[in-house]
Design a protein around this ligand. Sequence first.
Ligand SMILES: [Zn+2]
Length: 108
Amino acid sequence: MNEHERRATTEALFRDVNERIAESAERFEATETEFVCECADPNCTHRVPASLVEYEEVREDPTTFLVVPGHEHEDIERVVEDRGRFRIIEKVQAVVRRTVVRLDPRSA
Ligand SMILES: [Zn+2]
């Protein structure tokens, strides 16, 4: 696995965690919850407060992710929206894009 694939895989793992957080929030009929930051740092433990509606917007596109402001990495992604509490980033690096699309939990 090269460096780009490794970072993309880390982000995809955080995305999987958030899919489960969203499912349980829905089960408890919550409209807002705390997601984990979906950045490329495997040791990141930051939480991102967001509504389930906002989360679904991010998840619609397999190349967009939810991160704490400042946790974006300009060599592989760009900020598409800054919502204050979190930023929506889009993967732009080719290998990273391909990897996160391949690992998209919604594409089954
Ligand atoms: Zn982070």
